[in-house]
Design a protein around this ligand. Structure first.
Ligand code: ADP
Ligand code: PHD
Length: 422
């Protein structure tokens, strides 16, 4: 029996009617049984839903924003479907459901759970539209709810996969279906033991593709992007980028760890463990080869630049004239763990611990509140974390021109700086 193949289409590949038509063209010659198509929310829908949530939390009127979001999806559908198509009442129902959910009580305490219920809507609506459009084109796919197979714990917004349960349900529920039809489903979402909607972390649809691939012993995963493949820097930020034809799992994992947003950081590990190749291909040039990520003995050593925005540098200084000891580091890390904050860069001096973390609503205030009795705490927001892998010395100064470097560190293979525009 043919192995399952997973395709993942992100927000950019379904951002407007032409993009959805393009997706259908990509599938026209590729649609087969044992294919899962994972689709994200359309365009910047997840960001829009986050803005609606932020307004609601501040007690402000979000009606205009939700009307704009509804109008965006409706306009897209009007370009794709005849006026009397069943997608229109379906869309209407989904938006009524969103409005009802938005009317419930939101507090900082239930924010994460509320967030997951609301933002998952982006994927639920996009998959309905794409599935209906494919069927209209004679490309028959089965719409399936990812929450019926992707099981997680209840860490809302950053839910962890229950691999045993997920594998079992993939094998029992979806494997038989795949023998007859391709399945189209949502990225990014799952459900907790109480059936509540969870999400896997922003940009988590790539990870969904990897989870499904692992649990269904797939032959490959292809993520369709608006770039020719994985490049040695983000082409939206840097000129003269070079495409990797192939990368080892390790190299790709390292790039994503430091923030190369082309692939979600959790995607590589499960695929590497199961030796499932990951293809990164362009939805704008689907016949081009793209990048293959697989086992590769010889690493590239090509200088690779990764830029992570929205960073905060926090320094914890001991106040009692002692020096930094293990117990201080332990205290800071303990609190970071409680808040589920990951350290992107760490530097120790005799009297202080400096960490760089992603900006996240409420979390910095909470961290400071937890540790202010033990340390003198300072922080700088709105920073960028620059990482250069396989750096050449002459490449570093131009990267810092026009910037103030607040923190720098280098090893043989990696240079990092936290920078801010002067
Ligand atoms: N090293 C890199 N190689 C290619 N693209 C990169 C790299 N680093 C960042 N990117 C960015 O990743 C984007 C594609 O990822 P993303 O926008 O998350 O796709 P989607 O949401 O459609 O899945 C590209 O448009 C590019 O700007
Ligand atoms: N829609 C979610 C999940 C996702 O992965 O989206 P994309 O594939 O467009 O990065 C997000 O924006 O976070």
């Amino acid at each position: 029996m043919a192995k399952t193949v997973i395709y993942k289409f992100g927000g950019a590949s379904v951002k407007d009617a032409d993009s959805v038509r393009n997706l259908a063209e990509i599938l026209r010659n590729r649609l087969r049984k044992n294919l899962i198509i994972v689709v994200s929310a359309m365009g910047k829908t997840t960001n829009s839903l986050e803005s609606i949530l932020a307004l609601k939390l501040e007690g402000k009127d979000y009606y205009e924003n939700s009307a704009i979001l509804k109008d965006y999806h409706l306009r897209l559908c009007r370009e794709l479907f005849p006026r009397d198509h069943a997608i229109f009442p379906k869309l209407e129902n989904l938006f009524v459901q969103l409005e009802n959910d938005l009317e419930k009580v939101l507090t900082p305490q239930n924010y994460d759970e509320f967030y997951d219920r609301i933002v998952s809507f982006g994927e639920l609506v996009s998959t309905r539209i794409v599935a209906e459009f494919l069927c209209l084109q004679g490309l028959i796919v089965l719409w399936q709810d990812a929450r019926e197979v992707i099981y997680t714990n209840s860490d809302f917004r950053f839910a962890k996969i229950d691999w045993t349960k997920t594998r079992k349900s993939c094998q029992e529920k979806w494997k038989p279906l795949l023998e007859n039809f391709p399945i189209l489903t949502q990225g990014f979402i799952g459900s907790d033991p109480r059936g509540r909607t969870t999400t896997l972390g922003r940009e988590g649809s790539d990870f969904t593709a990897a989870i499904l691939a692992t649990c269904l012993d797939a032959g490959s995963v292809t993520i369709w992007k608006d770039v020719p493949g994985v490049l040695n820097a983000d082409p939206k930020l840097f000129l003269n980028t070079k495409k990797f034809d192939e990368l080892s799992y390790r190299e790709a994992a390292e790039m994503t760890y430091f923030g190369a947003s082309v692939i979600h950081p959790k995607t590589i590990k499960p695929l590497a463990n199961a030796s499932i190749p990951l293809f990164v291909k362009s939805f704008l040039d689907p016949e081009a080869t793209g990048t293959i990520i697989h086992e590769l003995a010889v690493p590239h050593q090509v200088p690779t630049i990764v830029l992570k925005k929205d960073q905060v540098l926090v320094s914890f200084k001991v106040t009692d004239f002692t020096f930094i000891e293990e117990k201080h580091i332990h205290r800071v890390y303990e609190q970071l763990q409680k808040l589920k904050l990951r350290v992107n860069m760490l530097q120790l001096s005799a009297i202080s611990i400096s960490i760089v973390i992603d900006t996240q609503l409420f979390k910095l205030d909470e961290l400071i509140a937890m540790l202010r009795d033990e340390f003198e705490i300072r922080y700088n927001e709105g920073l960028e974390l620059l990482t250069i892998l396989h750096q050449r010395v002459e490449e570093i100064p131009p990267m810092l021109e026009g910037y103030e470097a607040l923190l720098e560190q280098a090893s043989r293979n990696t240079f990092q700086a936290v920078r801010r525009k002067i």
